[in-house]
Design a protein around this ligand. Sequence first.
Ligand code: ADP
Ligand code: ZN
Ligand code: ZN
Length: 758
Amino acid sequence: MSQGTFGFANTPEWQQAALEDVLVAEVVFNLPLERPYSYAIPQTLREMIRPGQRVTAPLGRSNRMVVGYCVAVKPAEPGTRNLKSIEELLDSEPLLDQQMLQLTRWIGERYLCGWGQVLDSVIPAGVRRKSGTREIQCFLLAENADEQIKTSRLSSGQKAVIDAIRRSAGPLSAPDLCAAAGCGPGPVSSLRKRGLLVPVRIRTEVEGDDGGPAAREADLHMNPQQKDALDMILRPIRNGTYETLLLHGVTGSGKTEVYIQAIREVVSYGRQAIVLVPEISLTPQTIRRFRSRFGSVAVLHSHMSDADRHWQWQRISSGEVEVIVGARSAVFAPAPHLGLIVIDEEHEPSFKQDSTPRYHAREVARRRCQDERVPLILGSATPTLESWLRAQRRLDTLVSMPQRVADRPLPPVVIVDTRSDSRMSRGSAIGRALYQGINRALSEKGQVILFLNLRGYSPVVWCRSCGTGVKCPNCDITLTWHRDRKVVVCHSCDYETPPPAACPGCQSPAVRFLGTGTQKLDEEVCGLFPQARVLRMDSDSMKKPGSHDEALDRFRRGEVDILLGTQMIAKGLDFPNVTLVGVVDADTMLRQPDMRAAERTFQLIAQVAGRTGRGQRSGRVLVQTTNPNDPAIRFAAKHDYLGFAQHELAERHDAMAPPFSCVARVIFRGPSESRTRETAIAVADRLRAARQGETAAVRVLGAAPAPVVRLRNLWRFHLQICGKTTELVRDLWQSVEKTLSLPEEVEFAIDVDPMNAR
Ligand code: ADP
Ligand code: ZN
Ligand code: ZN
């Protein structure tokens, strides 16, 4: 009862009730269970229980009490007997409405996990706990106070307190009383002891911080390209229909202004819009852009306090908020009159959740928009092939914005073949062409961005005797040298240790640090350009909250000449004075053992290229690679998304890979290598044996060791189920899942439409 029980059933009255009178609650738990469980609803709770509330109920043979979600209330079916009964009702009001219940149910079916698991992840902990509200003790005047006052002598302080409480409209807390009476705590406590003041408990809400008002700005006057795009979006908004529009616009084409004016229309109907952006783009700059245009904006991001999240959730569900801007999970924002969802940078992998439920916010948004009959806008300069193919097939509507605002050109991209570069063969990360480019940009007072996707000092700790990388003892991952802290680190499990004096495999002292991470690049750049002011941005240097925004502000103000870093610097930023962008090593992305390696390489080059040539000054992009003929790199250099999409779709089609098929990946984890492998193989065999009817066309690949075969001390094996449609894959899995009995030590996770190949 510590969480604040709302109702409590102490007698199992239903046992006496006539069967047809019994109401049944369907309950789901935070477990990978397929179907809801039925429970009898005791008389005392009949009037209060509704779908969307939490209950406790006995589960399993041991009848332990477990918290679950009531998802339906209905009369018992004839012949029902021996139902267990709900024990407690935990919420006075449903935590979500019928529409969200249906949406979460769909997620469970689509991503092969339990409905209750989805609910537990979707409803923020702060909302369940009602964080930010707290009970405080306040005081009222006792009923017989007047008589007592007549017969007793009061100090002047006590009299002041009594006057203060008489003047007040309601109960006051002790500090408020003292302030109103202008006295210390003494009189309040003495009056309380004498029974003149009686305590009552009041629940108050702590107000959150909505960032305060921003200076209002007028909408921009749109160019013809933007107007055409907006017209296409306004059609379904005005017709009140669902439609997904893929807004393919190059970086700097003014997509955000189109979103804003589409939202303007939605808001004018008294409806709300949700805008999803990648977590990393949720910068004060982005937020300000929306705050300066709309009266009431709620921001949801991952590092909010529980209390803040609860407060925002309530503001949103009251309907007072016009625009909700947030990362992935904001797709669940409880907007009561949703009018539009926008997903900016639709191609970003962070829209897929990497833990159960492994949903993709784009697919959830699509479903939600269908249910609520509102449009969905997907914006990107480099759409995923999934979205592109849907537009090609006319399942979604393609809206194109091929020109940058004010006809600013896209920057020329130069591919630099570093295979025979003399500087690089001596171990430098910056080849001749890039060196000269930086020199020129600096002498012309331009700013430079250098992008490198490896953090640390040297990404590989290498033994020259055995010719292999020195790996983390817990993971199948090579350690990275962090010279600043004098440790080698595993970037998967954060294991760290002083650098080994000898190879743990062969005891040879020939351990070397190879390759260049951002720390070493920082050092090299400072050595080469001693006059330049250099700033490094990666997750090591930007640990402090706010340091990321502060660093970008410094760069924007021109206090930094060279900004170097990882992913962090590639996203949605607008720097007019950048005249050179260097991609230090395009091969790091190409080498990933991932079906999407080419797609990611193309996206990254296109995104970083979008960081230059935005202002009056034109810019250039230099891409260093040892694969100058790779199609992803060549198409990116020509800014040719269409060419790349056509080429890559043909490859995927030949391989029957997504988006031409659906893949579910099942990952098995366990402490014993052989048991884990055997389990994975046994499940794969069972799946192959079960293929019949329609699912005969579904392929089962593996079981095989996962690309990272050991992670955090657990062995990992995986298999993949590939079929033409999600339904076929799901049917095959579900036909086998029910009958699986795995050894206790081996657990599995299933990932539908996996984005992460590790
Ligand atoms: P995208 O999201 O497509 O990369 P943005 O919406 O960030 O592009 O726009 C790029 C820049 O152009 C921004 O500085 C924006 O303020 C400006 N901009 C957009 N539309 C217009 C317009 N119609 N007139 C003038 N400037 C515009
Ligand atoms: Zn590790
Ligand atoms: Zn060795």
